[in-house]
Design a protein around this ligand. Structure first.
Ligand code: BG6
Length: 299
C-alpha cells in the first residue's frame, strides 16, 4: 500500500496495489473520497464542498464531536455550533500502518486532535473548556472502510460528549434504494417535531426529507444495509455506537445549502451516520470512549 500527500500537505491518500483508495483532508480529518477496486467512487462529495478549510466539508465523512446538532440546554455543550468543532479543525497526521499479506491487504491512517492542538477551530473549540485527546483512524481494505475514534479525557473533571461519523454514501438513484436492518428500531423523527416512533418491518425507502435518529436493537454487529435495485451495495456495522442517523435533505433543503451541488445531488446520496448521540457519553478523567463503523462492500 502507498501513502502520499498532496503538494500543499492538506490531504493524504492511501492506495492499495489493487486500486482501492481513500483520500483524507486534514481539515476535519474528513474522508473525501473512497474508491473501490472497480474504480468507482463510493462516497458522495458535493461539487461545491469547501475543501480549503474555510468550513466543514459537505460530503465524504465529516467527524461530529463533541455535540451532534446543537444542545442549547446542555451546561457543557450548549454554546457549541452545530456538530461541534472536530469537522472544522485541522487534524494532525500521526502515521500509517500497513498489512501487505494478500489475504489481508490494508492500510490504516491515524489522525490526532487535542485540546492543545494548533489546528483547533479558533472560534468553536474554546467554547468547550476541557482537555481532551482524539485519535481517529481510517482503515482501507479491499472490501471495506473502517473509521474509528478514541476520545480520551485528559482533564481533571468529567465531560459529556457525543460522537458521530456523518457518512455520505453515494447511490445511483435514491428512488431505487431501500435501507434494511432498521426494522422495529425506535427513532426520533427530526422532520416531525422530534416525535419518537417505531420503524415498521418493511425496508425504509426515502421519498422526501428524512432526518431520523435510530436506536437499533443489538450491539451493531448486524448491519444496516443499503440495497439498490435489489442488490446490497453497502453494509454498515458498528462498535460501541448505539445510534444510526439516516439523513437526506431532499430538494428544498438541498437548495437552501450553498455548498450542496449539483442541486439534484440529493438523489445520489444517503447519509447513514453511526454515532453515540442518543444521550451523552460521560467520560471520566483519564478514561476514554471508543467507537467505530465498518462499511463493507458486498463482493
Ligand atoms: C444530520 C442531522 O446528521 O446532519 C441533520 O441529523 C443536519 O439535522 C445534517 O441537517 C447536516 O448538518 P450540517 O450542519 O452539515 O448542515
Amino acid at each position: 500500500p502507498s501513502v502520499t500527500f498532496s503538494a500543499d500537505n492538506a490531504r493524504v491518500t492511501a492506495e492499495l496495489p489493487t486500486g482501492e483508495a481513500v483520500e483524507v483532508l486534514l481539515h476535519g480529518a474528513t474522508v473525501l473520497r473512497w474508491r473501490d477496486g472497480a474504480g468507482r467512487e463510493r462516497l458522495w462529495l458535493s461539487e461545491a464542498a469547501a475543501v480549503d478549510g474555510s468550513r466543514a466539508v459537505r460530503g465524504g465523512v465529516p467527524v461530529v464531536f463533541p455535540v451532534f446538532g446543537t444542545a442549547p440546554d446542555h451546561p457543557q455543550a450548549g454554546r457549541l455550533p452545530q456538530h461541534g468543532f472536530a469537522r472544522t479543525s485541522r487534524w494532525e497526521f500521526l502515521g500509517k500502518s500497513t498489512s501487505e499479506s494478500a489475504a489481508d491487504l490494508s492500510v490504516k491512517l491515524d489522525f490526532g486532535l487535542s485540546s492543545a492542538a494548533e489546528g483547533l477551530d479558533p472560534t468553536a473549540a474554546p467554547l468547550w473548556p476541557f482537555r481532551f485527546n482524539l485519535i481517529y483512524s481510517v482503515t482501507l481494505s479491499r472490501e471495506s472502510l473502517t473509521t474509528s475514534i478514541v476520545v480520551t479525557n485528559d482533564d481533571d473533571k468529567a465531560f459529556d460528549c457525543q460522537v458521530l461519523m456523518h457518512t455520505y454514501l453515494r447511490v445511483g438513484d435514491i428512488a431505487a434504494v431501500e435501507i434494511t436492518g432498521l426494522d422495529g428500531a425506535s427513532y426520533v423523527d427530526k422532520v416531525d417535531g422530534a416525535k419518537t416512533k417505531t420503524e415498521s418491518s418493511a425496508p425504509l425507502t426515502i421519498t422526501g426529507e428524512t432526518d431520523r435518529v435510530y436506536t437499533p436493537a443489538g450491539d451493531g454487529s448486524s448491519p444496516v444495509s443499503v440495497v439498490e435495485n435489489g442488490k446490497t451495495t453497502f453494509s454498515v456495522t458498528r462498535e460501541n455506537l448505539g445510534n444510526v442517523v439516516v439523513w437526506n435533505p431532499w430538494a428544498e433543503k438541498a437548495a437552501g445549502m450553498a455548498d450542496f451541488a449539483p442541486r439534484d445531488g440529493f438523489k445520489n446520496m444517503v447519509c447513514i451516520e453511526p454515532g453515540a448521540v442518543g444521550g451523552w457519553q460521560s467520560v471520566e478523567p483519564g478514561d476514554a470512549f471508543e467507537g467505530a463503523q465498518t462499511i463493507t462492500l458486498p463482493q
